[in-house]
Design a binder for this molecule. Structure first.
Ligand code: GLN
Length: 489
């Protein structure tokens, strides 16, 4: 094995090498830095990589710990002490995090080395990283296309071997969707399983941190490190956390997999549909029982999500006013002028659109018609899922209705982008867990574009979710295929 091979290894492949000291944490990090230097100028996955602090952490890493010496890339809306945390927004351009988010503390405690902050849609609002103040992340499979979003930088970094694993955040699909479009694994844990302390809030009733990895076992390993109750986050779930690798390798004979009747009515790309059918047959051949279930309110999920997420965002983003942190407008005439110009200059178009929409649905006269109504429909969606999980163990669907689009294609039509969240937002609205796993490719003019399947399981049923995802992955080859060479040109 040469240093050039190291970045392509999974966490579970690196672990024994580090433990036996066949490679050092510094060597792994050096290999990643070399590849980042070579490839990232064309990809745009990273917003910042602090070499000094990460090398110091690598040298100090304890190889006997579960993730000892494993470098992990971090979405740039998660605070890492001393590093910048821009949320890909001009308003936080010069902001440095004064403390570690709990997920970072936990990663360090497991021996991992948080290094490098990855690109995202501004404040995690979007599905393509095109809403980043730093410009889009490109898809490693086709550099003219988006890598998905909002955790597009984390997804592209893992897919292109610029990271061994990464953390992202998922408010409406932002871990699962970029994982699907980039051909890797993305897991959204149950709401409250992972602390959000130190993660910049977008929509607090929906936000959850999750891993993006090269395979399912690595997702379980990262979840082991970051899950658990946190007194700093009152929404975090109490109780012990199991070993999420425990059920990996168990067969899935007799498990019931739900196919959602209403999904047949959604406009799904023909190649995505074909990949899903193939995956469905595959689950059948593994001995799973396929059961048709109904989620009658699923068609309202996108509308409900965009009312609630924008309402919560408008409140959460009120703090960015240039007083305590972030950019400030120059020479304000008075306080109001200061607020108005700071926010007008600091936020991008999509963030402004959402603050305006969210303020509108919360305003008197419209609150009942939009916000309250959306809360009520959210409850109906939750009941649909409760009923479904009385009949099945997991639900199967595509992660996205179509593969990655060309950069710039949807610029003029944000609604098209919102509608593509149809399969991912229900997990956030209901708090259940979900995972995206590679399940094939679409072919467009000779380029292969990854397709992801999504599995959903009930709250706190991650072990089963990972078991089913792992059973599929280990009997297919999709996750082993790498993007065409991204060697220096
Ligand atoms: N695409 C969704 C949105 O734009 C989800 C974003 C997310 O999960 N952070 O809101």
């Amino acid at each position: 094995m040469t240093p050039r091979d190291l970045p392509a290894l999974t966490i579970s492949e690196l672990q024994p090498l580090l433990r036996r000291r066949e490679v050092s944490p510094r060597e792994v990090l050096e290999a990643l830095h070399a590849r980042i230097d070579e490839v990232d100028p064309r990809l745009g996955a990273y917003l910042s990589v602090n070499r000094d602090t990460s090398f110091a952490a690598a040298d100090a890493a304890d190889g006997t710990l579960p993730l000892g010496g494993i470098p992990i890339a971090i979405k740039d809306n998660i605070n890492v002490a001393g590093e910048s945390c821009t949320c890909a927004s001009r308003i936080l351009e010069n902001y440095r995090a004064p403390y570690d988010a709990t997920v970072i503390t936990k990663l360090r405690r497991a021996g991992a080395v948080p290094f490098g902050k990855t690109n995202l849609d501004e404040f995690a609002m979007g599905s393509s990283t095109e809403n980043s103040s730093a410009g889009p992340t490109r898809n490693p499979w086709d550099l003219t296309r988006v890598a998905g979003g909002s955790s597009g930088g984390s997804a592209a970094a893992v897919a292109a071997d610029l990271a061994v694993g990464a953390l992202g955040s998922d408010t409406g699909g932002s871990v699962r969707q970029p994982a699907a479009l980039s051909g890797i694994v993305g897991l959204k844990p149950t709401y409250g399983l992972v602390s959000r302390f130190g993660v910049t809030a977008f929509a607090s009733s929906l936000d959850q941190v999750g891993p993006l990895t090269k395979d399912v076992r690595d997702a379980a390993l990262l979840l082991n490190a970051i899950a658990g109750a946190d007194p700093q986050d009152s929404t975090s779930l109490p109780g012990p956390v199991p070993d999420f690798t425990e059920h990996l390798g168990r067969d899935i004979r007799g498990l019931r997999i739900g196919i959602v009747k209403e999904h047949a009515l959604q406009g799904i790309d023909a190649q995505v549909k074909a990949a899903l059918e193939q995956a469905t047959n595959h689950f059948h051949s593994l001995g799973a029982e396929l059961v048709e279930v109904s989620l009658p309110h699923t068609e309202y999920a996108v509308a409900v999500y965009y009312v609630l997420a924008t309402a919560e965002a408008s409140a959460n983003l009120a703090r960015f006013d240039g007083v305590r942190y972030g950019q400030r407008a120059a020479n304000p005439q008075n306080l109001l002028d200061h607020y108005e110009r700071t926010r007008a200059e600091g936020f991008g178009r999509e963030v402004k659109r959402r603050i305006i929409l969210g303020t509108y649905v919360l305003s008197s006269g419209y609150y009942d018609a939009y916000y309250l109504r959306a809360q009520q429909v959210r409850e109906l969606i939750r009941r649909d899922f409760t009923r479904a999980f009385e009949q099945v163990d997991v639900l199967l669907s595509p992660t996205t209705p179509a593969p990655a689009w060309k950069i710039g294609d949807h610029e003029a039509d944000p609604l098209q982008v919102y509608l593509a969240d149809i399969f991912t937002v229900p997990a956030n609205l209901t708090g259940i867990c979900g995972i995206s796993v590679p399940c094939g490719f679409a072919e467009e003019n000779g380029t292969r574009l990854p397709i992801g399947l999504q599995l959903l399981a009930n709250t706190r049923d991650e072990q089963r979710l990972l078991q089913v995802a792992h059973a599929y992955e280990q009997t297919t080859d999709w996750h082993r295929l790498r993007p065409p060479s991204l060697a220096a040109s």
